[in-house]
Design a protein around this ligand. Structure first.
Ligand code: TRP
Length: 464
């Protein structure tokens, strides 16, 4: 895209948009974060809660964000305040968009570190580092990487540079072309890996683990994590979908488009779960291993299967690609903002915002090694960024958007945007006004209480 200060660019086609939105949604969230969240939050109990959060909260907020973007035709902040003005509301609603853009910086910083792990693993697998070694040894390779700041820095830099390059080339050419080609391939690769898992002796345990929830395991922590993850995986609460919606032509059906995004995103996450847990169970690995889960389990499988080296390289390449399409969507709102608000052109806006994110990423990766004793609220920098954005900023910004759309947008506009019948409109009203916002508020308040509790305990401990 050349600079479009006045006429806002648009997607080449509906398919192009869907692929790019799916490209944003499908990323490390589905393949890296989802399985380890499942493992840390009791398996089926998490999967069940997550699916509900996606359906009743994520889906409507996704529609709301796309709607604001298309109406506002601009970066998230301007779009929010512009749409607010169109509805005779204060332009202070732009603040919601601002929080989103800020969250983008913070997320991309740690996202790029994990993206770097992905690139690093293409090389490691390809060089045969895992060939024929034990599951323990695979774990050691991973821990060795975490402890090595220089190694992490190199790959974080590689990943961030790739992101900057792609974004600098612009919306239609960069995002659309890449998504069209490689996202479907990722799906195929995952299906093949699930097929492999289906013949291993961990598969029935996996089905049981993922799909027969023990409802007693659903506690506040599980619900919070599931909601946070729903936001993360659908790229909500950050203005990404507002940005993308602003490139969306009038003729496109929002409801249908949002459904495709949700189904694809959830499908990929479930496939990732079905591919990874058979390996966990067949090798007696620990499902609740945390962020290292896929980097410890998958190489075990690749080292055992025939042709594992080639498949492993393909898999980690596709993972990296999926991470890149998400990363560029994280950078996009910031770039769009700088481009519209400052005299900087697209390339410069990209380089500057990318460089700042890169610096913050360095702080995040150091928290795995050199700075591992530095804590904020008891969390290392990496975990702090993840928690602050996932559990607080995304839900809060998403809440702002859905409250605005549910309560303050003229009905006429909703009608023009969504083309629902009377019943459909009623359902939309109930979901957008009550179910989605109340759901987020409940989760959010209990989150705050938990945090307060934690702080209070600290303060009390100090005085007694
Ligand atoms: N959804 C992406 C993933 O699952 C990550 C992501 C991209 C994101 N853009 C976002 C998360 C915006 C939150 C907000 O990997």
């Amino acid at each position: 895209m050349t600079t479009h200060k006045h006429s806002h660019a648009q997607w080449g086609s509906r398919l192009g948009f869907i692929l790019a939105a799916v490209g944003s949604a499908v990323g490390l969230g589905n393949i890296w974060r989802f399985p380890y969240m499942v493992g840390q939050n009791g398996g089926g109990a998490f999967v069940f809660t997550y699916l509900i959060c996606i359906a009743v909260i994520g889906f409507p907020i996704l529609i709301a964000e796309l709607m604001v973007g298309r109406r506002g035709q601009s970066n998230p902040i301007t779009a929010m305040s512009r749409v607010a003005e169109q509805n005779n509301r204060s332009s202070a609603w732009g603040g919601v968009g601002f929080m989103g853009v800020l969250a983008a910086f913070l997320i991309l910083a740690f996202y790029s570190v994990i993206g770097g792990w992905g690139v690093n693993y293409i090389v490691k697998v390809g060089m045969g580092d895992f060939a024929g070694i034990s599951a323990d040894a695979v774990g050691n390779v991973f821990n060795g990487m975490l402890g090595n700041a220089k190694e992490l820095l190199i790959w974080h830099t590689v990943f961030m540079s790739l992101t900057i390059l792609i974004v600098a080339f612009g919306v239609t050419s960069g995002l659309e072309f890449a998504s069209k080609l490689l996202m479907p391939l990722l799906g195929i690769c995952l299906v093949a890996m699930v097929g492999y898992g289906a013949f291993s002796n961990g598969f029935s345990a996996t089905l049981d683990y993922l799909f027969s929830p023990r409802f007693g395991d659903i506690n506040a922590e599980v619900i919070l994590s599931a909601l946070g993850h729903a936001f993360f995986t659908l790229s909500l609460g950050m203005g990404v979908m507002i940005s993308y919606g602003s490139y969306l032509g009038r003729e496109i059906n929002l409801l249908r488009t949002a459904s495709v995004v949700v189904v694809m995103d959830t499908g990929i996450a479930l496939l990732a779960g079905l591919a990874i847990f058979p390996i966990v169970f067949a090798n007696q690995l620990d499902p609740s291993h945390g962020p290292g889960l896929i980097f410890i389990t998958l190489p075990v499988a690749f080292s055992q299967m025939g042709g594992g080296l080639v498949i492993g390289v393909i898999f980690f390449s596709l993972l990296t690609f999926a991470a890149l399409t998400s990363a560029m969507s994280l950078l996009e709102p910031v770039v769009e903002l700088l481009e519209e608000k400052t005299p900087l052109n697209r390339a410069f806006s990209t380089i500057i915002s990318g460089a700042v994110t890169w610096l913050l990423g360095i702080a995040a990766l150091l928290s795995f090694n050199e700075w591992d004793s530095f804590k904020i609220f008891g969390l290392g920098i990496f975990d702090f960024l993840d928690t602050l954005t996932g559990k607080f900023m995304l839900p809060l910004a998403g809440l702002g958007v859905i409250i605005f759309v549910g309560w303050f947008m003229h009905r006429k506009i909703i009608r023009e945007e969504l083309h629902l019948g009377n019943t459909g409109e009623l359902i939309w009203q109930i979901v957008a006004r009550f179910i989605a916002p109340i759901g987020v508020i409940i989760v959010f308040v209990s989150q705050l209480l938990e945090l307060l509790n934690y702080q209070l305990a600290d303060i009390l401990a100090y005085f007694t």
